[in-house]
Design a protein around this ligand. Structure first.
Ligand SMILES: Cc1cc2nc3c(=O)[nH]c(=O)nc-3n(C[C@H](O)[C@H](O)[C@H](O)COP(=O)(O)OP(=O)(O)OC[C@H]3O[C@@H](n4cnc5c(N)ncnc54)[C@H](O)[C@@H]3O)c2cc1C
Length: 289
């Protein structure tokens, strides 16, 4: 389990890092927490010739309330999100999901930017951010752009990010009054990766669901909005019967790319997605009050 050889750079500014990515475009990879990239390199599933470690760059790790929403620096770790009072109070599902990633060692190193850029089909954070909404800020040497989270996860381990871009920030919107959130996962007992996980953000007004965003991870090739579930929830009083009917459609969007491996069959994943959709939506409704 030894990586192929590579050159290692540890720039101290974003300009330096983005210049390196441009100079070695196609050959270079960003290194953040290293908890997905290094295992991939050891298995020779990734063989970058150049590593650009962004861990020495100041100012990429923060949680900041600005304007209406919250901005999170891309190098912010799971542990920082799990223990942040801002995240706990404004996006409890993100704090909760962060606290359930792997073990303390991984949570101390793994970053929100790395998790989104890696787009692991069993990753927790992509589904959670998808349910919250918002955008990813990516920078090259010359420019910066904002990618809506709904367009960010493209395919298995594939995002809308270009290979000369670095994620610098994740922008989360303010949640409306009457919104409750929850994340529920059925995890692999060894790694804690989601065999299936469901993130739910629902807004209740006058006893009726006025907005719902539900996202599923683990079941298919990438974190995906459960749009049919959302449509069933919107405009209704969320009785147990409505929640159960909506949850039955939670895996519908990923039925063409269902995962089947040593951990679970496709059929079992669909079933557990429904079970955890009920749990997540019920908990979100309870939190909405
Ligand atoms: C034992 C173990 C258990 C785990 N269990 C879980 C789990 O339960 N749930 C879960 O969700 N994850 C789990 N993970 C994965 C972990 O969450 C990783 O930390 C995460 O997937 C990647 O984040 P990172 O900061 O470590 O990124 P890296 O490993 O450094 O990078 C991952 C990829 O993203 C790219 N990248 C990183 N940062 C940026 C950036 N700012 N801009 C552009 N590209 C970037 C890299 O080039 C690379 O392609 C586990 C990992 C291990 C080793």
């Amino acid at each position: 389990m030894v990586t192929s050889s590579f050159d290692y750079f540890a720039p101290t500014t974003l300009d330096e890092a983005t210049s390196l990515l441009s100079r070695y475009r196609g050959e270079a990879k960003v290194l953040a927490g290293g908890h997905s990239l290094i295992p991939m390199m050891k298995l020779r599933l990734a063989e970058p010739g150049i590593l650009v470690d962004i861990g020495q760059i100041d100012g990429l790790s923060y949680i900041r309330e600005d304007g209406d929403g919250v901005s999170i620096g891309s190098m912010t770790t799971y542990r920082e999100m799990a223990t942040s009072s801002v995240i706990q109070s404004r996006y409890p599902l993100l704090a909760d999901a962060s606290s359930k990633v792997a073990d303390l060692q991984v949570r101390n190193r793994g970053t929100i930017g790395g998790s989104l850029a890696h787009s692991d089909p069993a990753g927790d954070i992509p589904a959670v951010v998808l349910a919250i909404g918002g955008s990813v800020v990516a920078r090259t040497r010359r420019s910066s752009r904002e990618i809506a989270i709904d367009r960010f996860q493209v395919d298995l381990l594939t995002t809308a990010l270009h290979d000369n871009e670095i994620i610098t920030e994740i922008k989360l919107p303010s949640l409306a009054a009457g919104t409750g959130t929850a994340y529920s996962k059925f995890h692999n007992p060894a790694s804690h990766y989601a065999i299936t996980g469901v993130a739910a953000v629902v807004t209740i007004s006058g006893g009726v669901c006025t907005e719902a965003r539900v996202a599923v991870t683990g079941a298919g090739d990438k974190a995906t909005r459960a749009r049919r579930t959302e449509r069933i929830l919107r405009g209704k009083e969320l009785t147990p019967a409505v929640i159960r009917r909506a949850a039955e459609r939670a895996a519908a969007e990923v039925e063409d790319t269902l995962n089947e491996d040593i951990h679970a069959t496709a059929e079992y994943r669909v079933h557990m997605t429904q079970v955890h959709a009920v749990k997540a939506i019920e908990a979100a409704v309870a939190a909405a009050g």
